[in-house]
Design a binder for this molecule. Structure first.
Ligand SMILES: [Zn+2]
Length: 250
């Protein structure tokens, strides 16, 4: 990890201090003076760190903004590449989670959405099947937080989607990181098509064969159900969902 980002990635106490400056600035009048500098420290570290890890963030439309947003809308990366964190979300972190690490995780999640400009027709994938993109961003953010020693005391809205990828990776005899790393190359709006490409490649590595047209159709059906927008209840245990993938890919 390069010098510039190392401390923020590897020292959770330091993260707490810098994120604390941001939270204080949006909570207490008179504490705004540290806001800009603290945002720059975190953002620069995330940018440098992701580049170092081989998953560089794409261009964003600076600066990172901190603005009030509706409850549950913790952050957003817009199509025009603005990245906005919710000040209401940041303010409630100490009270609800007794931790500021969720802000680090959210920042990573949005930065993974920002890997490339959105595909022109991204809505046609994202509206019916947001899980392809959200599971990718959240699954990668999980691995990165784990690596940075950031303990996240919350479950996100996207656990079902991450389970979808985790169990698929297991069925394909690879780590979730290895699977998502290959998917990361596809922009928002192309992840659904990208997943079929990645799975076909991996299937070929394992069996020496390509997916048949029928298998591809069956795979798409199962994946569309698992990554459908608004799905928040787990369908079963990891073992059960993995078995479903294995059956499709037999
Ligand atoms: Zn997201």
């Amino acid at each position: 990890m390069p010098e510039e980002g190392r401390r923020l990635w590897l020292d959770s106490r330091y993260r707490h201090v810098v994120l604390g400056d941001i939270v204080a600035a949006v909570t207490y009048p008179g504490r705004e003076d540290r806001l800009e500098e603290a945002i720059t420290i975190v953002d620069r570290a995330i940018e440098v760190g992701l580049a170092h890890l081989g998953i560089p963030r794409g261009a964003i439309n600076p600066p990172i903004r901190v603005e009030p947003r509706a409850v549950g809308r913790n952050a957003v990366k817009y199509e025009d590449c603005r990245l906005v964190l919710s000040s209401s979300y940041l303010r409630m972190l100490p009270r609800y989670y007794s931790s500021l690490e969720p802000a680090f995780r959210t920042w990573l999640h949005e930065s993974i959405h920002a890997r490339q400009p959105y595909d022109g027709s991204w809505r046609s994938e994202f509206e019916p099947w947001e899980g392809y993109e959200e599971g990718l961003a959240d699954g990668m953010a999980d691995v990165l937080c784990n690596w940075a020693g950031a303990i996240i005391p919350e479950t996100t809205d996207y656990v079902t989607y991450v389970q979808g990828y985790r169990t698929l990776a297991a069925a394909l005899q690879m780590s979730i990181w290895a699977l998502l790393r290959r998917l990361w190359y596809f922009p928002t709006g192309q992840v659904r098509a990208g997943l079929l490409t990645v799975v076909d490649e991996r299937y070929h590595e394992l069996t020496g064969r390509s997916l048949t047209a029928e298998t591809a159709v069956r795979f798409g059906r199962v994946a569309d159900a698992l990554f459908a927008t608004g799905r928040t209840e787990l369908d079963g245990s990891d073992r059960e969902v993995e078995a479903q993938w294995r059956e499709v890919l037999e």
